[in-house]
Each structure stands twice: as structure tokens, then as C-alpha cells.
Design a protein around this ligand. Structure first.
Ligand SMILES: [Zn+2]
Ligand SMILES: [Zn+2]
Length: 227
């Protein structure tokens, strides 16, 4: 289904799209001004495993800059040619001229439902992805992780869950890195002591959260590739 939005419906549906996003939330607005009620929503979605992308074309004002600089996972980029607003979550997409702060007067928008219009939805997602990939980085948070062998802080990457020193030591001892099972090991994600290994670097609690989120990510990646 494609729904045409008129007048106040535009603001209302944008707000719904933000509120009901699950793991994916793309906000593209030439001028990125984020009102207080939207900040609360963004903060609640800004958690590891979620894919949150914000794209603007104009410089951020100091206040928005401050707010976005402390994001945990949200990626903020700039694309000078952007001159319309686009919003997307896991289920719907909206194209309109109405930014996050809303606009006075009469405005329109087009809303696309993923379930009933998968081709349109994916096509728009493909285009939003293409623009985002060519855009200039403003904020690109790096997630914090822990070395599974010594517990030291490293960049989160389950495919390489060691600090440089431990990796050096262990790769001398083991020919196959998959065999590495550190004696006193730490979860790569939460840093708590836990029986983990190179093959499975997360404790059982973190592993469950990750699997749930990755199911969605894998599905999203497939869709982007289908384009
Ligand atoms: Zn280490
Ligand atoms: Zn953990």
C-alpha cells in the first residue's frame, strides 16, 4: 500500500515511524534540527545492534551537534545535494518536505509500506543506502569492546576479539586461532569474566541479544543486495 499524506497526517506519521522503529531508523533532512520529543525517541533507539543513520545537507547547529556527538551507534553524515526529507524504519518509508521539527502550513507526503510494497520500499532503501555511502562523515561512533584474554578495552569486533599484545602472544602458541580458549576469559561485549573463546567471543547473555539483532541485520543486508 502507498498512502498519500496531507496536512497534519505528515507530522503524525513521521512521529509514528520514529516511535515504532525496531532496529532500523534512517532520518534524512536537509536541516537536521531535532526537537526534544524526538531526542527522547532517538536516545531510546541509540543502542548497540540498531542501525540508525542521519543525513543532512546543512551544517548542524551547536545544540544538535552536541546532542549527536554523544551518540552510541547513530551514524551522522552530510550530503550537500540533499534537498528533500526521507524517513525509513523496519516497516515503512516516508518521502516528504516536512523536517523533524514539523512545518507550519499545508504539506504532503508519500508513505510506503514494506509488507505490501516490498519492491518500492527496497528501491527507496537502495537509493537511501547509495546516498549514505557517498556522504561525508560527521559522526561515526566506534563501539567499545574488551579483549577476551586480558579484559583490556578494544574496538568491538567479534571477528577479532583480542588486544594487539594478546593476539601477538597467542598467535605464536596456536597455529589455528579457532583453537584459542583463554584461561581466564572475558566477554568481548560486556567485559565480564565468562567462558568465551575466539570462535564465540560473547557471554551467553550478550550472545542472545546479538543473535536477535543480527537476524534483522542479515535480512536488511539481503534486501539491500537484492537491489
Ligand atoms: Zn588482551
Ligand atoms: Zn557479555
Amino acid at each position: 500500500m502507498v498512502k498519500l499524506l496531507y496536512g497534519n497526517d505528515v507530522n503524525e506519521e513521521i512521529h509514528n515511524l520514529l516511535t515504532y522503529s525496531r532496529h532500523k531508523l534512517y532520518i534524512y533532512c536537509p536541516e537536521m534540527i531535532i526537537p526534544e520529543n524526538v531526542r527522547e525517541i532517538l536516545l531510546s533507539k541509540d543502542v548497540p545492534g540498531n542501525d540508525i543513520r542521519l543525513l543532512c545537507s546543512k551544517d548542524l547547529d551547536d545544540d544538535t551537534d552536541d546532542f549527536l556527538s554523544s551518540a552510541t551507534v547513530s551514524i551522522v553524515r552530510s550530503f550537500p545535494e540533499l534537498s528533500t526529507c526521507m524517513y525509513m524504519n523496519d516497516d515503512v518509508a516516508i518521502m516528504t518536505d516536512v523536517p523533524l521539527v514539523g512545518l507550519e502550513g499545508y504539506h504532503t507526503g508519500v508513505m510506503i509500506y514494506r509488507k505490501s510494497e516490498p519492491l518500492l520500499y527496497r528501491s527507496l532503501m537502495g537509493e537511501m543506502g547509495r546516498i549514505f555511502h557517498t556522504a561525508t562523515e560527521i559522526y561515526e561512533p566506534e563501539l567499545k569492546g574488551y579483549c577476551i584474554a586480558c579484559g583490556r578495552e578494544v574496538i568491538y569486533n567479534p571477528g577479532k576479539p583480542f588486544c594487539f599484545e594478546c593476539f601477538k602472544d597467542l598467535s605464536i602458541k596456536y597455529t589455528d586461532l579457532r583453537e584459542i580458549v583463554p584461561e581466564n576469559s572475558f566477554c568481548h561485549k560486556c567485559g565480564k569474566p565468562a567462558p568465551v573463546s575466539f570462535g564465540r567471543a560473547l557471554c551467553s547473555d550478550c550472545y542472545q541479544v546479538r543473535t536477535t539483532n543480527e537476524d534483522t541485520e542479515a535480512k536488511n543486508t539481503n534486501e539491500e543486495m537484492e537491489q
